[in-house]
Design a protein around this ligand. Structure first.
Ligand SMILES: Nc1nc(=O)c2c([nH]1)NC[C@@H]1CN(c3ccc(C(=O)N[C@@H](CCC(=O)O)C(=O)O)cc3)C=[N+]21
Length: 207
């Protein structure tokens, strides 16, 4: 999955098979955001002089690298989780015992298919904080790329939120649902404020 070419991934995304789906697409958007932040830092380090803070740029490269790896792993993890849910639905219903086992597997499947987008949301919040540092301290030539990273990470976060929202109505563990929805609400608030602030920085430095 994660060693595929972009063209092959998009072909599979477009096909009628359930994975990769919107969950994997969200993770890929996040990976692009993280990749762009690292690119901005690499370019900035490559420019001589000014008051560029080498340590900060090296730190951004490191954090963005870890994030990109996490997002990339989520592309596969989301496919595994959603395929697991699809398989649970196909379990037999030939006895009361089998029906119980199937119901349990479906519940586990929905929880797994919710945990991956929740991880994606957390990684996006970290990515958005990093994008703010990137927009403030990155080289002006690549300022737009810090902005593109913001858009990619916000799209990834909101996409992951949609995946949580479509899955939770099927989950019977109310404390799990409440925790997930509370986290989603807080994340949307933090992300929209953070993105707006960073896009203001981008616009201010552009003009
Ligand atoms: N973590 C997570 N990742 C997702 O990608 C994700 C998700 N949660 N939650 C729900 C949505 C919706 N989604 C579907 C994609 C294709 C079919 C699909 O192709 N279904 C076929 C056949 C499925 C089969 O049986 O193989 C059908 O219904 O006819 C269904 C549903 C992915 N989502």
């Amino acid at each position: 999955m994660t060693t595929q070419s972009i063209a092959d991934f998009l072909e599979e995304l477009a096909s009628a098979t359930p994975t990769p789906g919107g969950g994997g697409a969200a993770a890929l958007m996040g990976a692009m955001g993280a990749g762009l932040i690292a690119m901005v830092a690499h370019v900035t380090v490559g420019k001589k002089g000014q008051d560029m803070q080498l340590q900060e740029m090296e730190q951004q490269i490191k954090e963005a690298g870890v994030l990109r790896q996490e997002f990339t792993a989520m592309i596969s993890a989301d496919a595994v989780a959603f395929d697991g849910l699809m398989s649970a639905f196909k379990l037999p219903k030939h006895s009361l015992d089998a029906i119980d086992r199937r119901a349990l597997a479906i519940q586990q499947g929905y929880q797994d298919a919710t945990e991956v987008p929740l991880s994606c949301i957390r990684a996006c919040l970290h990515g958005l904080a990093l994008a703010h540092r990137s927009a403030e301290q990155g080289h002006r030539n690549v300022l737009s790329d810090s902005g593109v990273a913001v858009h990619a990470l916000l799209a990834a976060l909101r996409s992951a939120i949609l995946n949580v929202q479509i899955n939770v109505p099927a989950i019977k563990d109310q404390s799990f649902v409440d925790a997930a929805l509370n986290e989603v609400r807080a994340a949307e608030e933090e992300a929209s404020a953070s993105a707006a602030m960073t896009l203001d920085v981008v616009n201010a430095r552009l003009s």
